[in-house]
Design a binder for this molecule. Structure first.
Ligand code: IMP
Length: 425
């Protein structure tokens, strides 16, 4: 039985957690495969809300195994606090498994992220993501989940040795050294709690698939934050395009038979970097307020703009989704006119392109070419059954998105709760 992949089609914050929560109903395993606690996945059902950063969004289904796979970088403190919160709310996590190959975000990664970002960085979440993935690739000073299975003395020695190396870098950069002995002690204490959850998740997941179980792969962030295909360097440090689900879990591509792309009905991004359809005017502010566009992880106001179909066509090419989930469509209710960018015009040249540029300097020069749509009045979403029950102006907007991306819209979401979702025929 193959796997389903849920992937972000923009700059993250597309509300993938909500779609994962809905799809989890028909799957047996829910798996996070990339990123770390820079991600914030909100799920809400039956009056219960979780804002998760690491635990997969399948928490509302206590009996379904949840996996933090090898592609994730794990902050132990965040993970333990989150596990405690979820369990205290009455959702047991005994079925949680964490890959022994997942890397750990150590306190020095967070310090270094802060120092480096303040010296002209990209506006990271300051969660230590970049430095942790850098250590993973560099291979010398990384600490993985498997290290938590070492004898306590050996674990402490390793942490203190690496801590000393990191402190020399921190001090050279003018930062304040971390207390490596204390970190070693705290990590050893966390290890005692986390050890039973550490597994070889590659075999676990492939065995599950071989037995006919259905696996749901939950991507964090969105395609334009992908370290290879996003708006580099204004990206995060892992792969959130479809291939990242394979390297991040050990599940081969031939086992993924369905991809669900999640996109907002408009565009947002946090942090710096070019954003062609950004609205810095009253309309942008209106979308921000109505859409509550403030980061789940850092609380930063998100930059808001019109839907960018150059972006969606690009991420559709990279991910080849079978269907789309369009989120926060209700935020556009009651607007007189709305716009969607169909192509870019290069400033000063008049040259038009439908291709998303790989170079951010070129992207920064792109001006959006818009198609205007007549808005639709506010209406009672709950009384709507299928696509035909939606305002005809909205149906036109949806059809245009489908035509431009070549992907059918299966879900539209009009609120944060699981119930506030319409499945389109
Ligand atoms: P980092 O992942 O903390 O290194 O941040 C790198 C860039 O990715 C910054 O612009 C962040 O704002 C952005 N970013 C990281 N995680 C998310 C997310 O979950 N949603 C939206 N943006 C994110």
């Amino acid at each position: 039985m193959p796997a389903t992949l849920v992937i972000g089609m923009q700059w993250g914050d597309e509300a993938k957690g909500k779609i994962v929560d809905i799809l989890a109903h028909d799957h047996d395993y829910v798996v996070r495969f990339n990123g770390g606690d820079n991600a914030g996945h909100t799920i809400r059902s039956g009056g219960v809300t979780f804002k998760l950063h690491l635990v997969p969004s399948g928490v509302m289904y206590p009996d379904k195994p949840k996996v933090i796979a090898n592609g994730v970088v794990v902050n132990l403190k965040t993970l333990l606090a989150e596990m405690k919160e979820v369990e205290a709310a009455g959702y047991p996590l005994k079925s949680l498994a964490i890959s022994e190959s997942a890397h750990i975000i150590m306190p020095w990664h967070i310090v270094l992220d802060g120092i480096e970002d303040e010296r002209g960085g990209i506006g990271t979440t300051k969660k230590g993501i970049g430095p942790a993935y850098a250590d993973k690739a560099a291979r010398v000073t990384a600490i993985r989940m498997a290290d938590l299975l070492l004898g306590e003395l050996e674990l402490r020695e390793k942490i203190e040795r690496i801590g000393a190396i990191k402190n020399s870098i921190i001090e050279a950069l003018g930062g304040e050294a971390v207390d490596a002995a204390k970190i070693a002690e705290e990590t050893a204490a966390s290890a005692r709690v986390i050890r039973p959850y550490i597994k070889d998740t590659r075999f676990m997941l492939n065995d599950a698939l071989a037995k006919g179980k259905r696996v749901l792969l939950e991507g964090a962030q969105g395609g334009l934050l992908d370290v290879d295909h996003g708006t580099y360097p204004y990206v995060t440090s892992s792969n959130m395009t479809a291939g990242g689900a394979c390297t991040g879990t050990g599940i081969p591509p031939s086992k993924i038979d369905k991809v669900v792309g999640v996109a907002k009905a408009y565009t947002t991004r946090v942090g710096s970097g070019p954003f062609p359809t950004e609205l810095t005017d009253e309309t942008g502010e209106k979308i921000r307020q109505k859409g509550a566009e403030f980061g789940t992880t850092t609380g930063r106001p998100r930059r808001c703009g019109w839907l960018d179909l150059v972006v969606l066509r690009y991420t559709a090419m990279l991910n080849c989704p079978d269907e789309l989930a369009l989120i926060k469509l209700d935020v556009l209710d009651g607007m007189k006119e709305l716009k969607a960018c169909t192509e870019y015009e290069m400033e000063g040249t008049g040259r038009k392109t439908k291709q998303f540029p790989s170079d951010i300097n070129a992207l920064a020069k792109m001006k959006p070419v818009y198609k205007s749509f007549k808005g639709w009045p506010a209406f009672d979403w709950k009384s709507v059954k299928g696509r035909k029950g939606l305002p005809k102006e909205m149906q036109e907007y949806l059809s245009f998105i489908e035509k431009e991306t070549g992907v059918p819209i299966k879900f539209v979401s009009y609120g944060p709760a699981r119930e506030e979702t319409l499945v389109l025929d």
